[in-house]
Design a protein around this ligand. Structure first.
Ligand SMILES: NC(=O)c1ccc[n+]([C@@H]2O[C@H](COP(=O)([O-])OP(=O)(O)OC[C@H]3O[C@@H](n4cnc5c(N)ncnc54)[C@H](OP(=O)(O)O)[C@@H]3O)[C@@H](O)[C@H]2O)c1
Length: 288
């Protein structure tokens, strides 16, 4: 039995489906407000609680072989405590390649701090660090760009757009998480999970708009102008869509070395082009 946190989230549902595909029973920690429709399966049991209310759910770890904690890494301290108390040593945690950003924000600091807590935990952990995750439906990433392109043929791009990005397809991430939990070589290791190809931000937008059969004109806006916009916009409006650190990150190259994941997890991700094609062919999570 594998205990999963975040199983109702975008990636978590694919992780649950991958476990079921491999004939594993799954116990999912879900919130009272979580949409559990997709998890209605004879091999999935639900624990209704909240990660922060560790006293309420920790007992449910009894009899579980391992944990895949897909929920945000900020909840790692609760998962660590519960696992140590109930003798579950094997845990796969989800971090993010964002932790390597040179744009130092409280989010980056908290990712690094959580990773340090995991490394010091004494558990048989694996840390997975995905890049931007995308796939069918509302992935909150590429789906937002897709919606933008559907409505407007012109898109502002802060900076040259020549820095690399390497989005990763959701089922590749899910497969890596499940491979990791059953792989002894992955214990006390961290893996970057990115797509097969690093492409420039411009090329990512071109590939996306071409896959939609839409024309897209990219208007390059200097980073300095973007920063002024973000600073003023966030002072004047409570929900301004552009954040200062997002603009600063547009200068960063976000290509990552996935050779360790390839070697140890046999990680063979899709290219961005293939991932977009797969996204249009799927309506939901296969197997759920
Ligand atoms: N998306 C990306 O591009 C990306 C990139 C790098 C790393 N990551 C990491 O990858 C993981 C999956 O990302 P995602 O975007 O697929 O996640 P997501 O869709 O935001 O899902 C988050 C999940 O965590 C659950 N959750 C949140 N707070 C909780 C709490 N207090 N108690 C119990 N459950 C709680 C949510 O439950 P509800 O259904 O109730 O909301 C949901 O199932 C995350 O750790 C994320 O930080 C994501």
């Amino acid at each position: 039995m594998i205990f999963v946190t975040g199983g109702t989230g975008y990636t978590g549902r694919w992780v649950v489906a991958e476990l079921l595909k491999r004939q594993r029973r799954v116990k999912c920690l879900v919130r009272k407000t979580s949409d559990v429709d997709d998890l209605d399966h004879e091999d999935v049991s639900l624990v209704r609680s909240n990660l922060e209310a560790v006293d309420n759910w920790e007992g449910e770890l009894a009899g579980c072989d391992a944990v895949i904690s897909v929920a945000h890494i900020k909840y790692a301290p609760f998962v660590i405590d519960a696992c140590k108390k109930h003798g579950v040593s094997r845990v796969v945690f989800f971090s993010s390649t964002w932790r390597f950003s040179k744009v130092k924000t409280p989010v980056v600091a908290s990712l690094i701090q959580a990773e340090e807590a995991i490394k010091a935990s004494g558990l048989d952990y694996t840390l997975l660090r995905p890049t931007m995750i995308y796939g069918p439906g509302d992935d909150h990433n590429i789906s937002r760009l897709r919606e933008f392109i559907k409505r407007r043929p012109i898109m502002p791009v802060f900076g040259s757009g020549e820095q690399h990005v390497q989005p990763v397809f959701v089922s590749d991430v899910a497969r890596a998480a499940v491979d990791a939990v059953f792989c002894n070589e992955a214990i006390v290791q961290a893996f970057e999970l990115a797509g097969a190809d690093a492409l420039t931000y411009n090329d990512m937008l071109n590939t996306l708009s071409e896959s939609m059969g839409r024309f897209l004109l990219k208007v390059h806006v200097p980073i300095s102008v973007g920063l002024v916009l973000a600073i003023l916009g966030n002072r004047l409006f409570s929900r301004f869509p552009i954040q200062e650190d997002q603009v600063r990150r547009m200068k960063e190259d976000r290509a990552f070395d996935i050779s360790e994941a390839k070697k140890i997890l046999e990680f063979e991700p899709l290219t961005f082009h293939a991932g977009l094609q797969a996204s249009t062919q799927l309506t939901g999570v296969p197997g759920l």
